[in-house]
Design a protein. Structure first.
Length: 144
């Protein structure tokens, strides 16, 4: 009986070691998923916005474009000074400006409120332009 139990324990141990060896060395490596699908387009001209109470903000905005969405820089006429290659960038700039002008400074410095503005801007860009956006990012933000 004792010999049989030892044999079973050795067999189980060998199976565990073989399984670990396969998992760590021989098994195909899983491909890592891309964390951001699409293109991140940083609008080259920053926003200088009047806030409520005589304060102002300087904001740099980036758009996370949907996969396949082009920034329009291929073979197009050069953009006006300070603007990038996104074809409907002036419309996007208007939407950002309209949504952020006149808001209280605390609305931009509070994380939850700032994220609500980003969502509101993203929805309006999707609704009123041909630019397909997965997200809006404020890459730089100064409130004074």
């Amino acid at each position: 009986m004792k010999g049989r139990k030892k044999l079973i324990l050795i067999a189980i141990g060998a199976l565990v070691v073989a399984g670990l060896a396969y998992k760590m060395v021989l098994a195909p490596k899983s491909e890592s998923k891309v964390k951001v699908e699409g293109t991140v387009y940083v609008m080259p001209k920053e926003f200088l916005l009047n806030l409520a109470g005589g304060r102002y903000a300087k904001v740099t905005v980036a758009l996370v474009l949907a996969p396949g969405q082009s920034t329009g820089g291929e073979g197009a006429a050069p953009p006006a000074e300070g603007f990038g290659t996104l074809e409907q960038e002036p419309l996007v700039r208007q939407i950002v400006t309209d949504n952020l002008t006149g808001v209280p400074a605390t609305a931009l410095t509070a994380r939850k409120a700032r994220h609500r503005f980003q969502m509101r801007i993203r929805k309006e860009v999707d609704r009123t332009t041909d630019v397909k956006v997965k997200g809006i990012v404020f890459t730089d933000l100064v409130v004074q």
